[in-house]
Design a protein around this ligand. Structure first.
Ligand code: COA
Ligand code: AMP
Length: 251
């Protein structure tokens, strides 16, 4: 029989991706995911199901899927550097978004304006829209589904265990900006009581307070893309499926 250490040595070349989504009457309530060592699957699966559903109306369906990922297939990316700006109201938040995006010309000013106008009109999307960083035109063809960034976690287990809304967002943006051709992201949460959004570009994540009024139902994500259209499908697949561990911290 193998000892515990021997088992760990044998399994260290494989990690497990665990994805949880909970719904009520067919409507998505919450989702979360982790990438962990195989022996942690039972504990973390149970935590994902319990923690994320504990405070809301009980879901009638919780789906947990686990899949092995080869450690050699995992990309390690650095966490974006986090800072925060107080904005007085949504109008000044939009101005801040445009200023940050247009910095270093990664996104043209007109594309930034168009992408942000689109973001503020967005409701009920299930993923991100991808828009051209030069023109601001929407490029992905997935309608309300958008492109969902997934298969990622914090590399540091302790960091991952104590995650929160900000931690999830920083990890997601860190993965998104590491994708081929993705140069920036803007986000407004669809949670009516969470009014802090962010803009991410050039290694930085700037949290912006008061991006929307309390109670506002809009919310979404826009990813700015610069590159050949022929490469976009590969970028979308990378965003969805490439296993990524984010090194560093969201603080
Ligand atoms: N909003 C609304 N519906 C959602 C949703 C969301 N955010 N995420 C999933 N769904 C629903 C949709 O109906 C979706 O069907 P669709 O593809 O037609 O839109 C269905 O669930 C299946 O989604 P899928 O992404 O294929 O499920 P999954 O089990 O593979 O992964 C999540 C589910 C929620 C874990 C994943 O989508 C995700 O968002 N991961 C990122 C979570 C995160 O922030 N992690 C932080 C790690 S540090
Ligand atoms: P949230 O920050 O969870 O409030 O999500 C804000 C918006 O981002 C949602 O309305 C979706 O449009 C989009 N979104 C949610 N999850 C993802 C994801 N995993 N990848 C890309 N976009 C997402």
């Amino acid at each position: 029989m193998l000892g515990y250490d021997t088992c760990m040595a044998e399994t260290s070349t494989v990690l497990m991706s665990i994805k949880m989504r909970a719904s009520l009457e067919g409507r998505h309530i919450s989702g979360a995911e982790r990438i962990v060592e195989p022996h942690l699957v039972p504990r973390v699966s149970s935590e994902l199901a319990t923690v994320r559903c504990g405070t809301r109306r009980a879901p009638d369906s919780i789906n947990i899927a686990t899949r092995a990922v080869a450690a050699s297939d995992i990309a390690h990316v650095s966490a974006l550097k986090v800072s925060a700006r107080d904005c007085e109201n949504p109008e000044s938040a939009q101005t801040a978004m445009i200023t940050v995006l247009a910095r270093n010309n990664r996104v043209s000013e007109s594309a930034a304006r168009r992408g942000i106008e689109f973001l503020y009109r967005t409701r009920d999307m299930r993923g991100a829209s991808i828009v051209c960083a030069e023109t601001g035109e929407r490029l992905d063809t997935h309608g309300q589904r958008g492109v969902r960034v997934g298969t990622f976690d914090w590399a540091d287990f302790l960091c991952a265990e104590s995650k929160n809304h900000r931690a999830d967002a920083v990890a997601l943006a860190s993965k998104a900006l590491a994708a081929p051709g993705i140069v920036a992201e803007v986000c407004i949460s669809d949670d009516p009581s969470y009014t802090t959004g962010y803009v991410a570009v050039e290694g930085s994540y700037t949290a912006l307070r008061n991006v929307k009024a309390e109670g506002g139902k809009q919310g979404g994500r826009v990813l700015f893309y610069s590159g050949a259209l022929s490469v976009l499908p590969a970028t979308e697949q990378w965003l969805r499926e490439k296993p990524v561990l984010v090194e560093g911290s969201w603080q």
